[in-house]
Design a protein around this ligand. Structure first.
Ligand code: CNA
Length: 238
């Protein structure tokens, strides 16, 4: 086993206060493209860049185009949790992992069995009316055609945080508290480019910050351990 992976395994074995902070790279091995990898959404052809389509302004002005992108690019049939999601859920069951803080919107941590999942950017598995707030099953939004409408006439929207929208205060404060108190912080599958989410890892006060990401990140020099490997393969060994 690679020496850095062995070290991570040792940290995990010796801690009962681990927090995981992750992003889209956690789900690429499940078949969901991330944003910034070569085959990620930023490098695919579409009439507008993803950060434009996934913005509050665009959703409000062009809901038809938003929903075309949503159903074609964000909703992927038959995806299953991979070894990273599954091992994290197992560590929580073993009483070692306190929280998963995720930027992902795919619900795969919960599908793997994780309970304390702090979804900084919400989930495409929930929907609500943008006018009256009434909750709706995600089914019609994710699989129907056209723009889903509420009985009140409002547009039904995904319960995700679009660009230009603020994060949920309660989720942020729970994430900050978990990260601040963590003994081991494992950051993985994230380019650490999207703020304010990426800045949350600055609340970590310990000396065992592990970064598991295929490509280099702006936080590599701050980390105590850096592993540039596929996260599912790494979690399959720890
Ligand atoms: P990003 O900016 O696309 O970065 C992903 C990072 O993961 C890159 O640095 C890759 O090198 C790395 N990576 C890709 N595959 C692997 C792998 N198998 N193992 C280890 N590392 C890998 O994505 P971020 O999460 O940093 O950016 C935040 C955005 C992306 C959030 O707003 C998300 O909502 C959004 N997003 C989420 C999903 C999802 O829910 N699955 C998919 C696409 C985008």
């Amino acid at each position: 086993m690679d020496a850095n992976i062995a070290k991570l395994k040792e940290w995990i074995a010796g801690s009962d206060n681990i927090v995981f902070f992750g992003g889209a790279g956690v789900s690429t091995e499940s078949g969901i493209p991330d944003f910034r990898s070569v085959d990620g959404l930023y490098n695919q052809q579409w009439a507008y860049p993803p950060e434009t389509i996934l913005s509050h302004t665009f959703f409000t002005r062009c809901p038809e185009e938003y929903y075309r992108f949503h159903r074609e690019k964000l909703v992927i049939e038959g995806v299953k949790p991979n070894r990273a999601h599954l091992r994290l859920a197992e560590l929580e069951r073993e009483g070692k992992l306190r929280a998963v803080v995720t930027q992902n919107i795919d619900g795969l941590h919960q599908a793997a069995g994780s309970k304390n999942v702090l979804e900084l950017h919400g989930s495409i598995l929930r929907a609500y009316c943008s006018r009256c707030g009434r909750p709706y099953p995600a089914e019609r939004m994710n699989h129907g055609a056209g723009v889903p409408k509420c009985e009140c006439g409002g547009v039904i929207r995904p319960d995700i945080v679009l660009y230009e929208e603020p994060l949920d205060d309660d989720i942020v404060s729970r994430a900050v508290s978990a990260i601040r108190q963590a003994d081991v912080l494992i950051v993985g599958g994230t380019s650490l480019n999207v703020y304010p989410a990426a800045g949350l890892i600055n609340y970590y006060q310990g000396h065992r910050l592990a970064l598991v990401n295929l490509s280099a990140t702006p936080y590599d020099r701050q980390a105590d351990l850096v592993i540039h490997e596929k996260i599912g393969e790494v979690f399959g060994q720890v």
